[in-house]
Design a protein around this ligand. Sequence first.
Ligand code: NI
Length: 207
Amino acid sequence: MRRRFDIAAGLVLLAVLGVGGWLYWSAQAGDGLRQGLVSSVSVGGPFTLQDTAGETVTEADFRGRHMLIYFGYTFCPDVCPTELGNISVALNMLEPEVAEQVTPMFITIDPERDTPDILAEYVPLFHENLVGLTGTREQIDQVAQQYRIFFRRVEDPDYTYYLMDHSSFVYLMDESGELVSMFAYGTEPESLAETIGASVRGEQPGV
Ligand code: NI
């Protein structure tokens, strides 16, 4: 009985400390709270992947340009084609001098099926500038982790092929590889284009 009381008291103390700490931290964070939450989670970083010609590419090859990155897989029945369609519409809305500063890329999370040849056939269906990237399982796992991408292979007995559950965000990275904005699935192309334009022109895009 005594022991149980001690455990309960300990839990209450932990809860009080936790809430107190959070309140203190919130007060310190003040107006910068939201900004802090966005920047404290690091997104992006160095990667080594393969393009549709089978050549090795790294994030350094795109330094000085904006990257618009989407993760998915070519067998995706609905989500990926919808989002790549939105990206394509957004890219076509950009002024030419903005568009030439942006590299849109599709990084597969299913490198077992998405070979350079498969990607080479797939990406032009959406946009002529879309860069398709694949890699080894390790390379893909690493870049997916850096971009906080969740994915999971799903076996469905109704199909002879497997599907992949995956998160669906569009990442806009600036010319130094820093995250400008993360767009949720289904963001309107107008909104994408507006943020891309503002970032390329050096205006505050408003995350
Ligand atoms: Ni998909």
